[in-house]
Design a protein around this ligand. Structure first.
Ligand SMILES: NC(=O)c1ccc[n+]([C@@H]2O[C@H](COP(=O)([O-])OP(=O)(O)OC[C@H]3O[C@@H](n4cnc5c(N)ncnc54)[C@H](OP(=O)(O)O)[C@@H]3O)[C@@H](O)[C@H]2O)c1
Length: 332
């Protein structure tokens, strides 16, 4: 089959022939229609990710059709259109992942291929209102966004929510989920054009984080923020503790700008703030996320669609940070 492989750190994504996967007990073979990029694909290529193994097939997100089952599996899945939960081996504790937890697309071969194998419990029916490309855009970003917004930040209707860096794949879905839940959503971005697009999609307002006083502008515009969903961290984090309301929550799932080296601890304890880390999600989070997408007819924003063989050009676009929404690969 055709696949995209990566052969080492800082090597280009290469379109080539590889062997078809062998199914183990409980696994199914899915013919991939579309796959999508996440920032982790870039971290992996740069060698800034744990558990690297080369050569391997990247890709955590995919939609497709179940083509083959291992012995004894329910034949109802055969021929069904599916989306795949990339959160492998979460384990039994809903609050945190097990020690052997891994993500589809490093260490286990992923969706940047004509076929992928996956355990049948990670299959979910593709929401019918989504195209193959749209369905491929939701798994990792949707799961991460759903858990960080609802399970961790505990966002509810009527609250003011700040989503930083709205151009990102996860951030944009967080904004759409929060809108659908009846929250008042405010955003930041490094691009005024992306802010305008977010407002057109339902955000109440936004500010460019390149303005030094962006946090004060957000505070004035919103009248106060109840919960923040962030993936940048770095020194901007201190500004979030400034603007969040007393008893507010700051939840983060990434650290694109690195460690927090500044901030006043007294702001956190005096204001009774909750600082919450979040990562991907468990099987229940994934099921609830797909149902939420179905119930609210949410359509993820697709930035661009590349053919599988142009995966390297696609990841370069992500590296330049030009995207608004998800970068998708059309596979079959
Ligand atoms: N823990 C997990 O399970 C998990 C899951 C998914 C992602 N992540 C992490 O979360 C981050 C985003 O992932 P993604 O896939 O959504 O990435 P992406 O689509 O490549 O987006 C990159 C994001 O970085 C934002 N950004 C860049 N500089 C910023 C700044 N100074 N302040 C605020 N935002 C800034 C961009 O905002 P604009 O384009 O609007 O400027 C954009 O939202 C990555 O670090 C990724 O590794 C973690």
């Amino acid at each position: 089959m055709k696949a995209i492989i990566i052969e080492g750190i800082n090597q280009p994504l290469k379109y080539t022939d590889v062997q078809m996967p062998d199914l183990l007990s409980g696994e199914v073979l899915v013919k991939i229609n579309a796959a999508s990029f996440n920032h982790r694909d870039l971290w992996i290529q740069k060698g800034q990710y744990g558990g690297l193994r080369f050569p391997s097939i990247q890709g955590s997100c995919g939609s497709g059709v179940v083509e083959k089952l291992s012995d004894g599996l329910d034949s109802d899945w055969l021929g069904k259109e599916v989306v795949l939960n990339p959160s492998l081996n979460w384990g039994n504790n809903p609050h945190t992942q097990a020690k052997d937890y891994i993500i589809l697309g490093m260490a286990q071969d992923g969706t940047f291929a004509e076929y992928v194998k996956i355990h049948s419990r990670l299959l979910h029916h593709k929401p019918v209102h989504l195209s193959a490309e749209e369905a491929a855009a939701i798994p990792l970003a949707g799961l991460t966004g759903f858990r960080v917004l609802f399970t961790r930040a505990r966002a509810v209707k009527g609250e003011n929510i700040l989503v930083t860096g709205v151009g990102g794949g996860v951030a944009l879905l967080v904004m759409q989920f929060a809108n659908a839940a009846g929250c008042n959503v405010f955003v930041t971005s490094g691009s005024d054009e992306k802010i305008a697009k977010a407002i057109a999609l339902g955000a109440k307002g936004g500010v460019n984080y390149k303005n030094e006083k962006w946090h004060k502008e957000i505070q004035t515009m919103s009248g106060g923020i109840d919960a923040v969903v962030d993936s940048a961290c770095g020194d901007n984090f201190a500004k979030l503790t400034d603007i969040v309301n007393p008893a507010g929550r700051i939840a983060f799932y990434g650290a694109t700008l690195g460690a927090f080296n500044s901030g006043v601890p007294a702001k956190i304890f005096w204001k009774q703030l909750d600082i919450l880390g979040s990562t991907m999600g468990n099987d229940e989070d994934f099921k609830n996320m797909v149902q939420f997408v179905r119930d609210h007819k949410i359509k993820p924003v697709i930035d661009s669609v590349f053919p599988l063989e142009q995966a390297q050009q696609a990841i370069e676009k992500m590296e330049r940070g030009e995207q608004f929404g998800k970068i998708v690969l059309k596979v079959n």
